[in-house]
Design a protein around this ligand. Structure first.
Ligand SMILES: Cc1ncc(COP(=O)(O)O)c(C=O)c1O
Length: 425
């Protein structure tokens, strides 16, 4: 039987010294897997859908470069993400800016550059309106709408609850008419934006929110008497399956749901933008962490690894919502088999909750083994957390060549102590 992708990569990384006693933690991205994911995305939706990768999911420049080269645009939600997207070479019109707390200087810059703009609220609208009196702009501009269709299974990721902090609450008294009036009086408002939530939202919930925004677009256009709203940005939020390698739901299933519930999006009447993040990168990256010690405490077996909240922040702080698969490899990269027992796997940070898995039935873990944190290509190693002054790990692109060897490319170098202390100030 052949070796798995993880076995090949860990084995080759150990040989190359990318995983070692000195480098007990590293992350790997699978560019070939990413290409397959983007192909599936493009095949699922018609050509008038423009996919803008949500940079927050993986803001590393090499990550953005690959999605840019594959023809995607970029959704950004802070001045830092905007700068990273522009430096990566995205054309301004292929970028859309979504920050909730946009300052006046940032709004001015976005408008001057011609970056797309999703307005969060009526106060921000007033700023944009006055800036457009002094600045000519080619930006595609519209409001973000909160359709208030309710929460998914993770409250902190649900952005379409009745009182969510994002966008204009569509059902609140007076807001629908106020939106119609804004569009009627301002011909530069040509788009509408919605993002129902991230992970934990069913396809039907996502579609229900999008249905309401599509209806709003139709109403605005009918009230104006011509098609002024030309763009509908439906956000991201396609959930990722963290329980196995199976990709479910697929982009094609989501497209089918939308085709049924919001057919106008498929008529070609609107340019439709999407903002997928997690579904693009999660399954195309993983973290490998060395096991330093194993012990037993109060009858509980614990393996102490080098991956904790610094790279798996959500998993550590909200383990019920962000459980990830763990698997174990020996020090040469071969998958461990047999003798499965319940074990806890901890991180290296100095607080009791720094656990990446509890009560996991895994082959008995030994010191010097590596544990793999699966499906962590989005929102994990790309967003490190500096508790206990632990450095961000190196990140490598890993490609299996025809002769079965692994070609590594350095995406981000290991943060040395000086780099890390400079970040801490
Ligand atoms: C406005 C917006 N668009 C897109 C996304 C990406 O969502 P996901 O990674 O779940 O696809 C987010 C995530 O928080 C978001 O806030």
């Amino acid at each position: 039987m052949g070796f798995s992708f993880h076995e090949r990569v860990i084995g080759a990384a150990v040989e190359a010294g990318y995983l070692s006693e000195d480098r007990p933690l590293a992350a790997f991205v699978d560019p070939a897997g990413l290409s397959r994911t983007i192909r599936a995305l493009n095949n699922a939706f018609p050509a008038h859908f423009e996919h803008m990768f949500a940079a927050k999911a993986n803001t590393m420049s090499r990550a953005l470069m690959l999605v840019k080269d594959a023809g995607l645009g970029c959704e950004v939600a802070s001045p830092g993400e905007l700068e990273q997207a522009l430096r990566t070479g995205f054309a301004p019109e292929k970028v859309v800016f979504d920050e909730p707390a946009k300052t006046l200087p940032v709004l001015r810059k976005v408008l001057q550059l011609g970056v797309g703009l999703n307005i969060d609220n009526f106060q921000e609208f007033a700023r944009v309106e006055s800036l457009l009196k002094e600045t000519r702009s080619t930006s595609c501009i519209g409001f973000r709408i909160n359709p208030q269709v309710g929460a998914g299974t993770i409250d902190a990721m649900s952005t379409a609850t009745p009182s969510s902090k994002f966008g204009v609450a569509l059902e609140d008294e007076g807001n629908r008419q106020a939106l119609v009036d804004c569009y009627t009086n301002n011909r530069w408002l040509t788009s509408l934006h919605i993002h129902v939530g991230s992970q934990g939202c069913s396809l039907d919930l996502l579609a229900a929110g999008i249905r309401k925004v599509t209806d709003l677009a139709e109403d605005i256009n009918a009230s104006i008497g011509k098609q002024q709203v030309e763009v509908i940005d439906i956000g991201g939020g396609l959930p990722v399956n963290f329980e196995s390698d199976e990709i479910t739901p697929t982009f094609a299933e989501y497209a089918d749901t939308l085709r049924e519930q919001a057919p106008e999006l498929f008529s070609g009447k609107y340019l439709v933008k999407t903002e997928f993040g997690r579904s693009i990168y999660a399954k195309n990256g993983f973290i490998a962490a060395r096991i330093e010690y194993t012990k037993s405490s109060g009858g509980r077996r614990i393996a102490i690894s080098h991956a904790g909240a610094q790279v798996a922040t959500r998993t550590v702080f909200m383990p019920d919502h962000w459980k990830i698969r763990l698997s174990v490899y020996d020090s040469s990269g071969r998958a461990r088999a047999g003798n499965e027992v319940s074990q806890d796997v901890s991180g290296p940070l100095c607080f009791a909750g720094d656990m990446i898995g509890t009560d996991r039935v895994l082959p008995l873990i030994e010191p010097g083994d590596y544990v793999v944190l699966h499906d962590t290509g989005a929102y994990y190693f790309s967003n490190p957390f500096y508790y206990n002054a632990l450095p961000a790990p190196a990140v490598y692109g890993a490609e299996i060549l025809d002769d079965e060897s692994v070609n590594f490319s350095l995406w981000r170098r290991h943060q040395n102590v000086d780099d890390m202390l400079a970040v801490l100030g």
